[in-house]
Design a protein around this ligand. Structure first.
Ligand SMILES: CC(C)(COP(=O)(O)OP(=O)(O)OC[C@H]1O[C@@H](n2cnc3c(N)ncnc32)[C@H](O)[C@@H]1OP(=O)(O)O)[C@@H](O)C(=O)NCCC(=O)NCCS
Length: 142
């Protein structure tokens, strides 16, 4: 398995995983913007040409924000999200960020456990952010 930055050729595979993972998936165009704009950075784990998981973040001055992270079903539970998150934190720190933010569904037990494990702490709630479900806002000091 290889951990690397997103490239143009990865977008269709990322879009497919995105579509089968989230009820409100990013479009191909949204994903292409990650390659287009310098404040975005996308990382993925690939196994022999197969994208297994990916994440992308924004970094603006002292604040980084995880925009999305997902691991395709057959590859879950193998430490791929941990590897991607770790790489994103290193990258954000290199750029001078001192904190990293994200939002997560209150019901997303796996993601919540992952974020707590990485030292994220809740700092607010966004009411009905996902339709009828609230988002928990979390922050980690890098
Ligand atoms: C959340 C997600 C990214 C985790 O990916 P993963 O590669 O399976 O996670 P890892 O194997 O790196 O596990 C990292 C940690 O996540 C947590 N975790 C992962 N799967 C879990 C599960 N099924 N139940 C509870 N905790 C879980 C654990 O804390 C785990 O650490 P541990 O193995 O030391 O206990 C994956 O389940 C996923 O893609 N879910 C759908 C998309 C999503 O919810 N993205 C987050 C949006 S905010």
């Amino acid at each position: 398995m290889v951990l690397r930055l997103w490239e143009e050729k990865d977008i269709p595979q990322i879009a497919n995983i995105e579509a089968r993972t989230f009820p409100d998936p990013w479009s191909k165009k949204d994903l292409e913007n990650v390659l287009k704009f310098s404040f975005y950075r996308g990382f993925l784990v690939e196994d022999r040409g197969q994208v297994c998981g990916y994440g992308c973040m924004m970094v603006a001055c002292e604040t980084a924000e995880i925009a999305n992270i997902a691991v395709d079903l057959p590859y879950r539970g193998k430490g791929i999200a941990k590897a991607i998150l770790n790489e994103m934190h290193l990258f954000a720190k290199e750029l001078g960020a001192v904190e990293c933010l994200l939002e997560v569904r209150m019901s997303n037990a796996a993601a919540l456990r992952l974020y707590y494990q990485f030292g994220y702490e809740p700092y607010g709630v966004r009411k009905n952010y996902y339709g009828n479900e609230d988002a928990l806002l979390m922050k980690k000091i890098l």
